[in-house]
Design a protein around this ligand. Structure first.
Ligand code: IMP
Ligand code: MG
Length: 190
């Protein structure tokens, strides 16, 4: 069957979008590049890719298929956002951590904002487990001053200080299924 994927830059997925920042092909190309770098950097090491749910689910699914290494996957669930505002507190939603002992960890998230989430998880991993190392990869990084300093090892794209949705990123639980990353029109943000 022929693919009839429309160009989402010309035809917005839905009228609630203000602006498309990155379309499906741009995202796929960038993730392929990230996978190539990761394959090179982690060659021959015991790698576990851990993603932060729910936002990082799509990123992990696409990224691991661009990494040409034997690896394991794991997930962690945290919650910090309500609407478009970070609550400032990172809550772990499960009692136990994945098995990380003796492994190099690549911790993924959809977007780096204040830095609290990645820092809290990294801290917890080192406190409660014995990983060989923890590196971090984010699909998006907001160009803002971090509340908690962190320099991710891999960054897909930089964005400004605006609230974005799509490709895993939500607004009140919706829009994760958009195959692109964009901003919402003001009237759809309450
Ligand atoms: P941080 O802890 O402030 O760095 O925030 C990271 C988390 O906040 C991410 O895992 C996202 O779930 C969420 N987040 C931050 N900015 C956005 C955004 O623009 N859209 C959707 N979610 C966001
Ligand atoms: Mg998140």
């Amino acid at each position: 069957m022929e693919s009839t994927m429309p160009d989402f830059r010309e035809v917005p997925f839905d009228a609630r979008l203000e602006r498309v920042l990155f379309g499906p092909e741009e995202i796929a190309d960038r993730i392929r590049e990230m996978g190539t770098s990761i394959t090179r950097d982690f060659g021959g090491q015991p790698l576990t890719v851990v993603t932060i749910l729910q936002g990082g689910a799509l990123f992990m699914a696409d990224l691991i298929r661009e990494i040409r290494l034997p690896l394991k996957t794991a997930t962690v669930s945290v919650a910090s956002y309500q609407g478009t505002e970070s609550s400032g507190k990172v809550n772990f939603l499960e009692k136990s951590l994945p098995e990380l002992d003796g492994r190099h960890i690549l911790l993924l998230d959809d977007i780096l904002d204040s830095g609290r989430t990645l820092n809290a998880i990294r801290r917890r991993f080192f406190e409660d487990s014995r990983p060989l190392s923890i590196r971090t990869a984010v699909l998006l990084s907001k160009r803002i001053e971090r509340v908690e300093p962190i320099e991710p090892d891999y960054v897909g794209f930089e964005v400004g200080d605006e609230f974005v949705v799509g490709y895993g990123l939500d607004y009140n639980g919706e829009y994760r299924n958009l195959p692109l990353i964009g901003t919402l029109r003001r009237e759809f943000i309450r």
